[in-house]
Design a protein around this ligand. Structure first.
Ligand code: PEP
Length: 246
């Protein structure tokens, strides 16, 4: 199975998002083995879900709270995300970790909460440039993945996103991606047993239509989490086509 996920972050207003859906849908033919998801800002979730329903495109939230409900102003629960038509939720994006202080402890609760609401967690992991230069990449990834210990009871996807490659135009090279994905696969097998062999591992970090084919040819790469380039419907459709033809 291959997976292509668009992360719009805090971008696009309703008319732009709506135009995206029309143009993308016109240029997209679903294929069984390639999963396509769009993660808009939460305020657009229901609208996008309604517009894309029945077209083989699912929606993911970009974050969710672990508590089922209550006095958490500004937050959205997993039940509400599910209610808005989503099938998954991005968790632990580096922007959430760095700018909103999300810790592995909190993420373990979020993964469990997502799974208990039948949402697919897409757990993002990855090292900073300083950590890579200090040769701490594997230990950082190992710690970030350890949130899956004892909590994962259902399907999960993982995205390897080296932080130095996000939004910078600088992608990791094939060897760096292969080493990281191979390490993640081994860790997933340790943490999840046989189920760890089939968890899709996506790459994220300045993926665009022109480099996606070569990234996808790296062993253990199941697809991509795409930020900036995912807001152009034609470029995103081209990336999906690349995954379908790979
Ligand atoms: C992301 O937001 O997860 C991401 C990978 O962004 P970009 O593609 O813009 O680097």
């Amino acid at each position: 199975m291959r997976c292509v996920v668009a992360n719009w972050k805090m971008n696009l207003l309703f008319p732009e998002a709506s135009n995206f859906c029309s143009t993308f849908a016109e240029n997209y033919n679903p294929v069984e083995d390639v999963r396509v998801a769009i993660a808009p800002p939460s305020i657009l979730l229901w609208t996008i879900h309604s517009q894309l329903r029945g077209r083989g495109i699912t929606t993911f939230a970009q974050n969710g709270h672990f508590e089922p409900k209550g006095a958490f102003t500004g937050e959205v629960s997993m039940a509400q995300i599910r209610d808005a038509g989503c099938s998954g939720v991005i968790l632990g994006h580096s922007e959430r970790r760095q700018q909103f202080g999300e810790t592995d402890e909190v993420l373990a609760k979020k993964v469990a909460a997502a799974q208990s609401h039948k949402l697919l967690p897409l757990l993002c992991i990855g090292e900073t440039l300083v950590e890579r230069e200090r040769e701490q990449t594997f230990s950082v990834i190992k710690t970030q993945l350890s949130v899956l210990k004892g909590v994962s009871s259902g399907p999960i996807w993982v995205a390897y996103e080296p932080i130095w490659a996000i939004g910078t135009g600088r992608t990791a090279d094939g060897r760096q991606i292969h080493e990281a994905h191979h390490f993640i696969r081994e860790e997933l097998r340790v943490l999840l047993g046989e189920a760890g062999s089939s968890v899709p591992i996506l790459y994220g970090g300045s993926v665009k239509a022109s480099n996606f084919g070569s990234i996808l040819s790296v062993p253990q790469v199941s697809g991509a989490l795409v930020g900036g380039a995912s807001m152009d419907p034609l470029a995103f459709a081209e990336m999906v086509k690349t995954a379908q033809e790979a």
